[in-house]
Design a protein around this ligand. Structure first.
Ligand SMILES: Cc1cc2nc3c(=O)[nH]c(=O)nc-3n(C[C@H](O)[C@H](O)[C@H](O)COP(=O)(O)O)c2cc1C
Length: 194
């Protein structure tokens, strides 16, 4: 591995969505980002994912629809909350939805298709970061809601891997605690026993 890739991986972190601003990646950069995102392990070459670009006015229309859906689910809501829902997809200049598209397979479990989707999302973020953009993957309530997914353009059988918010930023990224390796790594010590 090139040392700069390792340095990047050892320091990478997400950018808070509130700090993601214009300019968004250009069309050419988006193509590069999505080419990298498509280059991931994929058991059986099923391509069990796709990408949806949310940009421009579409983000405003989605916000209105999500605010309406939030009221359907929860009843009357304060204006501050409605404003939060309206802004969900317009806070960052570009949001890319990573969508898992389960494929029929006699041998490959759906679980592995989701894992491949997660890898696509990670590659997508790394590529955007390598081009100098900040990223943050969000799922939120609308990923868990069939009508929310429909509003966002997903078919009934599809699921959200994550909505990757992307933009430029000029803030210092604050580090967060990371797990200590000795808490999560061990040598194999035989079959599990309860
Ligand atoms: C599958 C998944 C879903 C997430 N959904 C949300 C979310 O809905 N809202 C949120 O504030 N953060 C969410 N996060 C966390 C953000 O991505 C968070 O900023 C990120 O994990 C920060 O860690 P990092 O700096 O190591 O990238 C989610 C993370 C994952 C992996």
């Amino acid at each position: 591995m090139h040392p700069s890739v390792l340095d990047f991986m050892l320091a990478r972190r997400s950018t808070p969505v509130k700090d993601l601003a214009e300019p968004a990646p250009s069309d050419k950069e988006i193509e590069t980002i999505l080419t990298a995102a498509s280059r991931v392990p994929d058991h059986g070459r099923l391509t069990p994912w796709r990408f949806i670009l949310y940009r421009g006015d579409a983000r405003i229309e989605i916000g209105e629809a999500l605010a309406k859906r939030a009221v359907e689910r929860e009843g009357e809501l304060p204006e501050t909350r409605l404003e939060q829902e309206r802004n969900r997809f317009s806070r960052a200049p570009l949001v890319i939805g990573v969508v898992c598209v389960p494929k029929e397979s006699p041998t490959i479990p759906e679980w592995e298709m989701f894992l491949s989707g997660g890898m696509a999302a990670m590659n997508l973020m790394i590529a955007a970061n390598a081009l100098g953009y900040g990223t943050n993957l969000i799922t939120n309530w609308y990923s868990d809601d069939a009508e929310g997914r429909r509003i966002l353009g997903l078919a009934p059988q599809e699921r959200v891997v994550g909505f990757v918010h992307i933009g430029s930023y000029d803030v210092e990224l604050v580090e967060r605690p990371r797990p200590a390796l000795d808490a999560i790594v061990s040598d194999y010590s035989g079959p599990w026993e309860a």
